[in-house]
Structures are given as C-alpha cells and as structure tokens.
Design a protein around this ligand. Structure first.
Ligand code: 4NP
Length: 155
C-alpha cells in the first residue's frame, strides 16, 4: 500500500482536487487497493470547512463527489504515516518541511515536479482560474501514478 497525502495552503481547493482525482485515476487503473490518498493544509485557515464550492462543482462535473471532505491541518505525525507528502507550490514545500521537522519518513515533493513541466500549481483561491488548476492537478496525478506504477502506465 502506497499512502499519499496531498497538501496545499487551505485544503479546500488544490489538494482536495488532487485527492479525489488521484483516487479516481487509481481506481480506474485497478490500483485502488494498492494506494490510499488523503489531503491536508499547511494552515488552519479553513480547518473544518468543506471543499470550496467552485472546486467542488468542478469535481462534480467530472463525476467526483467531495461532499464529505473537510479541511484538516497537516501534522508532524503525518510524516510517519505517509509514504509521499505532495505539495502544490514552493511555499507549500517550505511549510511542509517546517511542520514535519527533520527525520520524517515520507518523501516530500511538488506535484508538477513529477511531470515534464515542473513548477507550481497556481492557487485558484487567488487566480479564480479553476480550469487551469484542474488541468495541472490531473496532469500531475497522471504522472505520479505512472511513476509509482510504471508497469501499469496508461498509453
Ligand atoms: P488552496 O487555496 O490552498 O488551494 O486550498 C486556498 C484556500 C483558502 C485560502 C488560501 C488558499 N485562505 O487563505 O483561506
């Protein structure tokens, strides 16, 4: 079982999108039993809040239902509980490493660094552009799955 925690600033836009997209892609490849995905925030700004309505609407248009998801803060214990902790931008990576502290078991990376065009997933909370975020998150999750399960790579 590979345990993956997606992380962003608020855990109401980007990282929940990644959590639900990744789980769906893994299930469609028959890898649902070999992976577990969740998401968390580097802040407590939105703790307890549901997925931001425009992000939730986008997920529902894609057939995914994030109804039960609530924002939860990343904790030091997550560094031991997960194999991969995957941030959306460079600020997330700094915050993740600060929260986990030294010696965390999890590998920390940035989502789009798994793709052929490394970089940040723009925050739609600020940009208002949920479609670009959706495309980036989907590309990142696809590349991540290909890297984790190369024998299963979708052509
Ligand atoms: P996210 O977007 O990190 O993609 O969930 C944000 C949501 C809320 C806030 C910041 C970013 N906020 O400051 O409340």
């Amino acid at each position: 079982m590979i345990r993956i925690l997606f992380v962003c600033l608020g855990n109401i836009c980007r990282s929940p999108m990644a959590e639900f997209v990744f789980r769906d892609m893994a299930e469609k490849r028959g890898l649902g039993g070999q992976t577990a995905a969740a998401s968390a925030a580097t802040s407590s700004y939105e703790a307890g809040n549901p997925v931001y309505p425009p992000a939730a609407a986008l997920l529902r248009r894609q057939g995914l239902d994030p109804a039960g998801k609530r924002s939860v803060p990343l904790t030091q214990a997550d560094g031991a509980a997960y194999d991969h902790i995957i941030g959306m931008d460079a600020a997330n990576l700094r915050d993740i490493r600060r929260i986990l502290g030294p010696g965390a078991r999890a590998r920390v990376s940035r989502l789009l660094d798994w793709t052929a065009r490394p970089g940040d997933v723009a925050d739609p909370w600020y940009t208002g552009d949920f479609e670009t975020t959706w495309n980036d998150v989907s590309a990142g999750c696809e590349a991540l799955l290909n890297a984790l399960f190369p024998e299963n790579e979708k052509m």
